[in-house]
Design a protein around this ligand. Structure first.
Ligand code: PHE
Length: 330
């Protein structure tokens, strides 16, 4: 009997244990066989024999159940171990992602203006004629509309060609003082080395009561901003035209490819145009019902900044998702 108990304790798996259980406790098992033997004994002997036999039976049952529990536990932990995914495992190839250069540049631009106390405003990408053109002093059939090749929908809707409509929406909702930037995607029918049908802009607007805002404020801010973005470059403001600003200017930086000596990128002028700006035209203020205020506005293309900062020759490559390009920005 003791021999059988030992075998139970040493059973290596559940199948072996089940076979043992049948051999010990089954109808034709060793315990039953002992009970049959009992018939041949005297009544006196029967009593003590039955007692001993029942004790054995109990200890068999206990031993089998205990062994079963142990084997089941071992089996489930074996299954769990085999299924385990070690998410903490370090990837030895070091294949880490990085921000896309356009988003990285966008973040830097936004960071600058947020540090200068501008707040961020966004607006719809599908705009209407009023917010994208009319209120910005661009009446229907105005020739300056050709400056922005527009994607039109039916019923006066269009894909916004700049984020200036966000400025209109902000002024219609709030009274001055206003100090906002509007970052986001814009759309134009353009496709070549330096233009894509979708690109990102950051435009800015500052409006205050009376004549508190001047061109010097604008110039000071943008010079500081351009130095922050491009480092030690020369900056110049050149008179220009935008329907929504008067006077208007474009800001140039000295060419960062040839340091102003003249090369293909700067068309041998030594200068690179980087943004448009000006004092807000009074007609724009009229369109939003403002009176007796002054303000400045500016606008820039984020992809163009990214191209110049990282010296990327073809703007279109920023949109192709080619890993060989993107891996250089880790
Ligand atoms: N909205 C102009 C554009 O997209 C940029 C701009 C903004 C110019 C504000 C001047 C002032 O071309």
């Amino acid at each position: 009997m003791k021999e059988w108990l030992k075998r139970v304790e040493k059973a290596e798996n559940l199948e072996e244990l089940e076979t043992l259980r049948i051999q010990i406790l089954g109808k034709k098992g060793i315990v039953s066989a002992q009970f049959i033997k009992m018939k041949t004994l005297s009544n006196e002997e029967k009593k003590s024999f039955a007692k001993e036999l029942n004790e054995y039976k109990d200890s068999f049952i206990k031993a089998i159940n205990l062994r079963k529990e142990i084997l089941e536990l071992a089996l489930s932990s074996k299954i769990l171990k085999a299924d385990k995914i070690d998410i903490s495992l370090f990837n030895s190839k070091g294949n880490r992602g990085a921000l896309h250069p356009v988003m990285d540049t966008m973040d830097r631009i936004v960071d600058y203006f947020v540090s200068m106390n501008f707040s961020i405003k966004t607006g719809p990408i599908i705009e209407d004629d009023f917010h994208n053109f009319e209120a910005l002093n661009l009446p229907k059939h105005h020739p300056a509309r050709d400056m922005q090749d527009t994607f039109y929908f039916k019923d006066n809707f269009l894909l916004r060609t700049h984020t200036s409509p966000v400025q209109i929406r902000t002024m219609l909702k709030h009274k001055p003082p206003i100090r906002i930037i509007s970052p986001g995607p814009v759309f134009r029918r353009d496709f070549d080395l330096t233009h894509t049908p979708m690109f990102n802009q950051v435009e800015g607007l500052v409006v205050e009561d009376e004549d508190k805002v001047s061109f010097s404020n604008l110039k000071y801010m943008l010079e500081d901003f351009l130095k922050y973005m491009f480092g030690d470059v020369k900056i110049r403001f050149r008179p220009s035209f935008f329907p929504f600003t008067e006077p208007s200017a474009e800001a140039d930086i000295s060419c960062i490819f040839c340091e102003g000596k003249g090369c293909r990128v700067c068309s041998h002028t030594g200068w690179l145009e980087v943004l448009g700006c000006g004092l807000v035209d009074n007609n724009v203020f009229k369109a939003v019902g403002y009176e007796g205020v002054s303000g400045y506005a500016f606008g820039l293309g984020v992809e163009r900044f990214a191209m110049l900062i990282h010296k990327i020759p073809d703007l279109r490559s920023l949109f192709e998702g080619d890993l060989r390009l993107l891996e250089q920005f880790k």
